[in-house]
Design a protein. Structure first.
Length: 260
């Protein structure tokens, strides 16, 4: 890249109409806006079932959440793309997989009816729905990520369990996280991030958004492109603080009822 050229990134959103639970497509918008403020050109491509697309065309891959019905619809197509996506992650490709997408990027997900949906095995994890009579994991979440807080909203029936050696993305402070039992949220493999956080998650977490952008810039342009110019994040940080307050207030209220 010469000094006269504007840098650019290609963002791919897998199954944007089917896996868009709770506004997950807003993650692409957040990346677009934060890049535009830094004069980084961004091209966003939606990848639907059957589309002729490969990860050679992507610097960041986003996949959102969906209910079991939508996950079944995309599963075969995602399997067809599995080798390409695994090679992309092995080559430090950047991924953000949310909720249902996170589940299908593991080894498999067992739906509420017991049907097994095979994943693509990027995360060394399995997910299972305990059945329709078991309460869903719903509410605001606060988790610790690299000494900072990440916030979002979760609503998932499935529970994800990381196999030994699989790194979690964050540690739960308030909320359920992966399964409501082990205190872990999400998963991380190289530059691939999995999470249950909706919201969309990136507009409320500018540090996480910038991490994905920085990783993609480094992969495409080299380590000298890793440092991003600072932005005015006052609005994003207010949204972050409001979500943080809502989650912690709900936890305090629940504890108060429990021990009253």
């Amino acid at each position: 890249m010469t000094s006269s050229e504007r840098p650019g990134l290609n963002v791919a959103v897998l199954y944007p109409d089917l896996l868009n639970l709770y506004g997950d497509r807003g993650n692409a918008r957040a990346i677009e806006r934060r890049c535009a403020a830094r004069e980084i050109d961004v091209s966003v491509t939606g990848v639907d079932i059957g589309d002729d697309w490969s990860t050679d065309q992507a610097d960041i891959v986003l996949v959102g959440g969906g209910q079991d019905r939508e996950q079944r619809r995309v599963q075969a197509d995602l399997q067809r793309r599995g080798d390409d996506l695994r090679e992309y992650v092995d080559d430090n490709g950047v991924v953000l997989a949310v909720c249902g997408g996170f589940q299908l990027f593991g080894h498999h997900y067992r739906g509420w009816d017991g049907e097994i949906m095979e994943g693509i095995g990027i995360f060394d994890a399995v997910a299972a729905h305990p059945g329709p009579k078991i309460a869903r994991c719903v509410g605001n979440v606060v988790a610790l990520w690299e000494g900072e807080t990440v916030v979002g909203f979760e609503n998932h029936g499935g529970r994800t369990y990381l196999n030994e050696g699989q790194e979690a993305l964050a540690e739960v402070v308030s909320g359920f996280g992966n399964n409501g039992g082990d205190g872990l949220e999400g998963a991380k493999v190289k530059n691939a991030y999995g999470t249950y956080l909706h919201g969309a998650v990136l507009p409320k977490n500018p540090l996480l958004a910038d991490r994905l952008i920085s990783l993609a810039m480094t992969r495409r342009y080299g380590p000298e492109a890793a440092e991003l110019s600072p932005l005015d994040d006052s609005a994003a940080l207010r949204a972050h603080a409001e979500a943080l307050h809502a989650a912690l207030s709900a936890t305090e209220s629940a504890l108060g009822r429990r021990f009253a």
